[in-house]
Each structure stands twice: as C-alpha cells, then as structure tokens.
Design a protein around this ligand. Structure first.
Ligand SMILES: [Zn+2]
Length: 291
C-alpha cells in the first residue's frame, strides 16, 4: 500500500477530491498507529480516501500484494503470464486472477490520444494469430481458419503499434497505416498487393521486399522487425495462453506492445511504469474494454 502511495503521489500526497496538499494519514485511536485501511484525510475538504480510489484497484477487494505480484509478472515475462499461474502463486480464485490480469492489461493499453505517430523507417506487416485451422493439415493463412488478422507498424529502433483488423484488404491496412504513421516516414512492407500505392502518401516513400520471390532483405528494405515481433506474440499466445479468442486478442496486444515499447527499461522500472499507467485508468475502463 505504501509503495503504491509513493508511486502515485511521490513526496507530495494530494487530496484526490480537491487537490489540496494539506492531507494527513489517519491513525488508529487505540494504538496510535496508522489506520488499518490506510485512510487519508484532507484538512480542506474533510474527505477521506485511500490510494485505491480512482485507480485500477478501486473496485477490487484483492490484497494489494497480489496486484503488485501480478504487475511484476505481467511487466517482466516476455511471453506473458497466464491467469492460472497467478491463481496458483497468489492462492486466489481463477475468477479473481482473470480480473486482475485483465485490469493490468487495460492499464498497459496505449493512450490513443497521446501516443505519438511513428516516424523514420516504419515496417508494416500483417499476420494471423490464434485459433486453430478448421481443417487439420491445411494451413492456408486465414482462409478456412478461425485465426484473427493482426496489423503491426513498428518504427526501427522505436515503438510498435499492433491492432486487430477486420480483414487484410488494401482499404483496411492502408487506413491502419495512416492512423499510426507520420506522413514524413518511410514505409517498408513486403510485396503483398494490399500495400500497393501507399508510398504516394508518405514523404519517405515506400520500400518493398519481394517475399513472393523469396527475397527477404534488400539493403534496408525488410520487415524483419515486424516479423520477429509477431513471432514473440505467437509463442506467448500458443505457449502461455493456449490460444486467445478473437474478441479478447486486442487486450493481449496491449500487453505485448507495452513490453516492446518499454524494452529499454529494466524489470523494476518497467513494473513501475505499468503501475503508474494504472492511475486514472478506472474511469475509462468500461468503454474501451467493450470495444
Ligand atoms: Zn480535499
């Protein structure tokens, strides 16, 4: 609890109701020690509150130790961490573990309004994730399968933006590129026809490798970064989560993107970044999760 208070407020704890810094920790009258519920009180507006209010923890009765442990695991496991494992390690119900992990993934979700557009050289690629082919032995990508199309744009030496897309048509993929890539960037893709013509819209132009001709790298023209980012996700989805249905896949993408975009931090710093991202997310919770 005190760790979370420090992460949220630093050295100047402020009232969550009125913003006043004239606040104090409530004490237990009998023992003189800190109140068991870690309550704070504000001199100015007289309201009481705890660090949970207005955060991802608010509606949960789960012990904050479990939150911290789950944040740590979700922020440091490259392939992800299954709710079943959190259930075992924290000795909580599966339902509670799922609740916890979903809230943590939500905390890791990018803020669409403030996420900067990608620039420099940006690799764009698409893949299919999850599900099993409906007919065994057939592995036509997408066709006749329950797999979900996912688009990725990744800036070389920079951040990644991945999302579930409705289909892999030119219209859909180009719209996804426009949304996350700066018009000054240079686009790198393979020779999939959906990307035809996108170069006209970007000052840096469009470089392509001819995967259909078994060409994978030509100078700086390649999509290896995007492809390896998909490979990590697929190992996690198959190995840790044992597949994820289409309707929940976007939540897992939030988690994997968070790990990628914070890869230069050490494990402790990355965990702190996730906990801090949880602040203020509660009010937005219902809407984006339904989408
Ligand atoms: Zn106040």
């Amino acid at each position: 609890m005190e760790l979370l208070e420090e992460l949220r407020w630093g050295k100047t704890p402020a009232c969550i109701h009125c913003g006043s810094v004239a606040v104090y920790k409530m004490t237990d009258a009998a023992t003189g020690k800190r109140n068991k519920r870690f309550l704070w009180r504000c001199h100015d507006c007289k309201e009481q509150y705890t660090v949970r209010i207005g955060t991802v923890y608010e509606e949960s009765r789960l012990d904050l130790r479990h939150w911290c442990y789950a944040f740590w695991r979700a922020s440091t496991s490259k392939k992800g961490v299954a709710a079943l494992e959190i259930k075992r390690h924290c000795q909580i119900s599966y339902k509670s573990a799922l609740f916890l992990m979903n809230r943590i993934r939500f905390a890791m979700a990018p803020d669409q309004a403030t996420a900067p557009k990608l620039t420099g050289t940006v690799e764009c690629d698409e893949t299919y994730i999850g599900g099993r082919p409906r007919y065994h032995g057939q592995s036509l990508p997408g066709r006749g399968t329950r797999k979900t199309p996912v688009f990725a744009a990744v800036q070389r030496q920079g951040e990644i933006r991945r999302r579930v897309v409705a289909d892999v048509s030119g219209k859909t993929l180009k719209a996804a590129i426009r949304e996350v890539v700066d018009p000054n960037a240079r686009i790198c893709t393979d020779d999939f026809s959906a990307y035809d013509g996108i170069g006209k819209e970007f000052a840096g132009g469009h470089r392509r490798v001819r995967h259909t001709k078994r060409e994978y790298v030509r100078g700086t023209a390649h999509t290896n970064t995007a492809e390896s980012s998909f490979a990590i996700i697929k190992r996690g989805i198959v190995g840790v989560y044992h597949n994820v249905s289409k309707e929940y896949l976007h939540r897992y993408l939030w988690q994997f993107d968070f790990l990628w975009n914070n890869r230069s931090l050490n494990d402790g710093e990355r965990t702190v970044a996730a906990i801090q991202a949880a602040e203020g997310r509660r009010l937005m919770y219902k809407q984006p999760l339904a989408g």
